[in-house]
Design a protein around this ligand. Structure first.
Ligand code: PXG
Length: 292
């Protein structure tokens, strides 16, 4: 039997979970989404994800058809209905059904759906060995275009970057912004460690304010690392002692080379491994319980 999907207020079988070809989420990528994980029956950082979800919707002037409390319940119900403990939850709201023009005013009712399933971005072995990544030619959107802070359904920019990484035969691509500063990977934030300083690009460099990014900055501070959000160039990564990426789907994955420059000794870094362990512990201890 397939998954049970929450679609516009009802739990339906996967095969029945269908939306119109006139939905502007499909026709124009007009909508926003979230990716959330549950660990051992608890939804990790749920409020943080939902706050970002409502902020993304607000930024594109789209009203989420459920309030915070009801959406939270709908997510819990969806995970429970699928009897999942470790899961990846996709929450999507689109502008809804309209005509073949762009105008969102023609879309009267937003479409809201929730998928609770699983995800694996990279093979397990890559977490042990570390990722080789390359800088891609596709630049991150300008913050005055589709602001990367909005988790919109418009991921073509990132997908083009991912295609470049695939073509280069590596698992991930590093995207620069218009000024040539580092922004982020195709769906993950990036960090470097050098001489006791944990660095990541600021939101203003055109990055999504990752929930995992936030958690990792807090973990770093608790380990007496100096945590800095500042503009970075590729040189800062080439010469770092350690490097890793973060994301809900990817979790924390060590990076061992960029553009064929070996980072540190070419193995996942010791501090990175400590951060990964602490992150894992948090995922097992925190979160909104699905089954109690
Ligand atoms: N940057 C971008 C562009 C993202 O889309 C992150 C960073 C990491 O943010 P979080 O809050 O997850 O730590 C994201 C996250 C998917 C999927 O298929 C979603 C993301 C990344 C990869 C896959 O749902 N979004």
């Amino acid at each position: 039997m397939g998954l049970l999907i929450y679609l516009n207020g009802k739990l339906v079988q996967e095969e029945e979970a269908k939306i119109s070809i006139f939905d502007h989420g499909l026709l124009y990528g007009d909508g926003v989404f979230e990716g959330i994980r549950s660990y051992n029956g608890r939804i990790f950082k749920m409020d943080e994800h939902l706050i970002r979800f409502y902020n993304s919707a607000k930024a594109i002037m789209l009203e989420v058809p459920l309030n915070f409390y009801d959406l939270k319940n709908a997510i819990i119900q969806t995970v429970r209905a699928n009897k999942l403990r470790d899961s990846y939850i996709r929450v999507v709201v689109t502008r809804g059904v309209g005509d073949l023009g762009l105008d969102p005013n023609k879309c009267k009712v937003p479409t809201l759906f929730i998928i609770a399933s699983s995800i694996q971005l990279y093979q397990d072995s890559l977490y042990e060995k570390g990722l080789d990544i390359v800088t891609v030619g596709t630049r991150r959107n300008l913050t005055e275009s589709v602001n990367p802070a909005i988790k919109s359904l418009n991921y073509l920019n990132n997908i083009m970057a991912k295609i470049e990484a695939n073509n280069a035969g590596v698992a991930e691509g590093l995207m620069l912004n218009e000024q040539g500063y580092i922004s982020e990977c195709t769906g993950e934030n990036i960090f470097a460690i050098n001489k006791g300083v944990l660095r990541t690009p600021p939101i203003s460099a055109g990055v999504l304010g990752g929930i995992t990014r936030d958690t990792v900055m807090k973990i770093g501070a608790s380990m007496d690392l100096v945590v800095k959000e500042e503009n970075m160039t590729r040189y800062d990564i080439y010469t770092a002692e350690e490097c890793f990426l973060t994301g809900t789907a990817a979790e924390i994955a060590p990076i061992v080379s960029l553009d064929k420059r070996m980072i540190g000794n070419g193995k996942p870094g010791k501090i990175t491994e400590k951060i990964r362990k602490k992150f894992w512990t948090l995922t097992q201890e925190e979160g909104v319980s699905v089954y109690e």
